[in-house]
Every structure is written in structure tokens, then in C-alpha cells.
Design a protein around this ligand. Structure first.
Ligand code: PMP
Length: 422
């Protein structure tokens, strides 16, 4: 930690900065459902590096595929590899909206390109986004009102350094609010280039979307010629091989993916309608210029192909969905017996505990979550070697490597941690 603080701002690169004490955690290795710190302590991992390792850390089949691809085979940028074609074909087959696919190295790039092509195709400026949704770090859309409940209602960006023009070109609406969507289109329809959303906002835990809300988005975008973008960086692959669009039966115009596609290797993907995707090119004078040194890196593509192959061949979803369902059904009565108002929600492999008396449906509902309870219980969980996400992100993930014994322990440790908070 001392060395880290000398060279890395705050001593840590990601997500733990806001959790007292956790900036001292130095991770030495990860395997399956666990990671270890430099004191040799093992943690059962529900954080999962914000979500990628659906198969578990260092899945042997993925690791083998990467080794066989050869880490130094940096052919990206030269031409196309067979692996890239196979991966694009696989995604086109799996994801309803994808007629063409381009690979990126992160989810942020995928959403950045999606909004850029939407603005280019429509000649319009405004992007509609929703409270509680996060789409990566870039300035194509304002990142305001993304996560921490104490920021509800703030119209300030969560980060400074964003151009005012970007904020002006972003319309932030309440999630699950059809009337707000209709009103926004009635007023600004001719200027709305794109509507982007996490179909299930998981960066605030879990707000399950009303089907009618998604239907309204599809209808309004079609009526007004705006591009509907599903940001499935979290939900894609994890909630089913075809993502939430398959679950909901609603086809967006563009889809962005990342995280679980390559089980932890750096990847993103953007795909969708051929007429939009064909605007991208790395030829000078192309309607939308597209390039990236590491896009389609052979080792990453090999990881993605091995991941998708295994997701097809083995009952991964069945396993992680069953574990998730166990927590969602078995934890609530335990918390109720302690007299603590709590709901356990989520979908499939993702579970989320809110300390409130009803399921949150909108971002504003999250104001009622007892965050003091969450912070205290999570700290106690970590002391017992059960690692969940920090306060503002809140979702927990199962992987194929988690077991029923992990669920038993999770419930036991949660009960003890919450009891100690009373
Ligand atoms: N979109 C969503 C929905 C995300 O959750 C994230 C990352 N948490 C991103 C985009 C950005 O992806 P990356 O961190 O790979 O740039």
C-alpha cells in the first residue's frame, strides 16, 4: 500500500477508493470464486471486478485458449483474423439486434462509438439517458446522476472537466417513466439523436425495467427516427446469451457489450443495424472514422471465443441463475426474522440487497435505502472474507465457480453482519 500511494493517485486504481480501509488491500491472485490478498487472506468474490468473470477467475479453458493464441501475436490493425470473424459471426448469431459487429478494447469505447454514429446518422445532437445508468468514461454523454444515492437530483456532472456543451447535449430522464419519455420526445423529438440505457440499471444495484417502458422507448425512437442503444455491457452474455433484448423481446438499433464476453480480458463490442454499422470505417473520408490499436487483439478474441463456447456447451446460466435465485428466496426471510426492512432483488446471477421496505422501481426510490446499514454490514462481511461491491454500485455476482456451499455461507455471514449492526 505504501508503494502504491507513492505512484498511484490515492493508492488504488479503481472502485475501492471510497471505502475506508480497503485502499490497503493488495491483491496477489485470483482463482475460481476467490481472490487472495498479500496477507494470504482468501475472499469469496462477489465483486467480480465489476462483473466480467462469469465463468470464474482464470477459467482453465479460457486461460488455455489465450496461451495457445500467443500473447505477442499482435496482428490487430494489419488485417482481420479468422478469430475476429468467428467472434463477430457468433455475436451476430446470439444477439438479436446485431447484423454487424466491431470490437473495441473496453465498454466505454463501445458506448462512445455508438453515440457518435447515432449523431452522425441522424445529424442531431441530443442524447437521452436515464438516472442511475452509467455508460463509461468519455464525454459523449454526461455522466451525471449515475450512482451514489446522495447525488439524486444533482444535475452536476459526477466528474468535473466535462465540456458544458456535452452537458447541454444530454437529457437525463427518470428510469421507468414512460410519461417523461413521451414528453421529452414531444418537445425535442426532432433533435434526439439517440436514447441510451442500461436495460437493467445495474450500476445502482438493480432496477428492473417495466416492459411497457422499454416498449415505449422502442416506439418513440422508431416514430422520431432516433437511435435506440441498449448498453448491455453488464447484462449482455450474463443475463442470457442474447442479453436483455432477448429476455425482453425488444430489438434496439445498436447494442454495446463488454465485460463477460471475454471473461475478464479487455474487450468491448458495438453492433447493430447494418446501415448504421456500415458507416464506420478506417478509410479516410469515412462517414465515421473507427480505429483502435488493440481492437480485435488475438489473445482477447481467443478468450472471448473460449468463453462463448463454454457458455454454450455447459449449463453455466442454469447454475448461476439457480444460485442467484437461492439468495433471492432464502435471504429475505432471514433478514425479516431480524426485523430489518430489506428486499433482495436482481436477475439471474446478480443479486442486490436494499435496506428498504419495497422494491425500488425508480432511481428516486433508492433514496429510501438505508446506506448506513449497507456500509456497516458490508465491512463486517469483508472481515469474514465475503467481498461485495462498494456502496454506490451494490450489485453482487455469481460465477460458474461459486457453489451451493458459498450460498450457505453468504446467508450465514450476512445474517451475522446485519445482526451486529442492530
Ligand atoms: N456501460 C456499462 C453499463 C458499464 O457498466 C460499464 C462499466 N462498468 C461501461 C459501460 C464501461 O465499460 P469499461 O469499464 O469496460 O470501459
Amino acid at each position: 500500500p505504501e508503494r502504491a500511494r507513492g505512484v498511484i493517485p490515492g493508492g488504488v486504481n479503481s472502485g475501492q477508493r471510497n471505502v475506508p480501509g480497503l485502499t490497503d488491500l493488495v491483491i496477489t491472485r485470483a482463482q475460481g470464486a476467490s481472490f487472495w490478498d498479500s496477507d494470504g487472506r482468501r475472499y469469496t468474490d462477489y465483486h467480480a471486478a465489476f462483473g466480467p468473470p462469469l465463468l470464474g477467475h482464470n477459467d482453465p479453458d479460457v486461460v488455455r485458449a489465450v496461451a495457445e493464441a500467443g500473447g505477442s501475436l499482435d496482428l490487430c490493425g494489419v488485417g482481420v483474423t479468422e478469430g475476429e470473424v468467428e467472434l463477430a459471426e457468433t455475436l451476430v448469431e446470439l444477439v438479436p439486434s446485431m447484423e454487424r459487429v466491431l470490437l473495441t478494447s473496453t465498454g466505454s469505447e463501445a458506448t462512445f462509438h455508438a453515440l457518435r454514429v447515432a449523431r452522425a446518422a441522424t445529424g442531431r445532437r441530443l442524447v437521452v439517458k436515464f438516472q442511475g445508468c452509467y455508460h463509461g468514461w468519455h464525454d459523449s454523454v454526461s455522466l451525471n446522476v449515475i450512482s451514489a444515492p446522495d447525488r439524486v437530483g444533482h444535475k452536476d456532472p459526477i466528474s468535473t472537466g466535462i465540456l458544458p456543451e456535452v452537458l447541454d447535449a444530454t437529457l437525463v430522464l427518470p428510469f421507468n417513466d414512460r410519461d417523461a419519455v413521451r414528453a421529452a420526445f414531444a418537445e425535442h423529438g426532432a433533435d434526439i439523436a439517440a436514447v441510451i440505457l442500461e436495460p437493467v440499471p445495474h450500476n445502482v444495484g438493480c432496477l428492473l425495467p417495466d416492459q411497457e417502458f422499454l416498449v415505449t422507448l422502442r416506439e418513440e425512437c422508431t416514430r422520431h427516427g432516433s437511435v435506440l442503444v441498449f448498453d448491455e455491457v453488464i447484462t449482455g452474455v450474463r443475463h442470457g446469451l442474447g442479453g436483455w433484448q432477448e429476455v425482453a423481446g425488444i430489438v434496439p438499433d445498436l447494442t454495446t457489450m463488454g465485460k463477460a464476453i471475454a471473461n475478464g480480458y479487455p474487450i468491448g463490442a458495438i453492433g447493430g443495424r447494418a446501415d448504421l454499422m456500415d458507416m464506420f470505417s478506417s478509410r479516410p473520408g469515412a462517414p465515421v472514422f473507427f480505429a483502435g490499436t488493440y481492437n480485435g487483439h488475438p489473445a482477447v478474441v481467443a478468450a472471448a471465443l473460449a468463453t462463448l463456447r463454454k457458455l454454450h456447451a455447459e449449463p453455466v446460466h442454469e447454475h448461476v441463475f439457480r444460485l442467484g435465485e437461492r439468495v433471492r428466496t432464502e435471504l429475505p426471510p432471514v433478514l425479516a426474522s431480524l426485523g430489518v426492512p430489506a428486499v433482495v432483488t436482481g436477475y439471474g446471477s446478480v443479486f442486490v440487497t436494499y435496506f428498504m421496505d419495497r422494491l425500488p422501481h425508480t432511481y428516486d426510490d433508492l433514496l429510501d435505502n438505508d446506506t448506513r446499514m449497507f456500509v456497516g454490514y458490508r465491512r463486517r462481511m469483508i472481515d469474514q472474507g465475503v467481498f461485495e461491491l462498494p456502496l454506490n454500485l451494490k450489485r453482487s455476482h455469481f460465477s460458474y465457480a461459486h457453489t451451493d456451499a458459498d450460498v450457505d455461507r453468504l446467508i450465514e455471514v450476512t445474517e451475522a453482519a446485519v445482526r451486529a449492526q442492530l
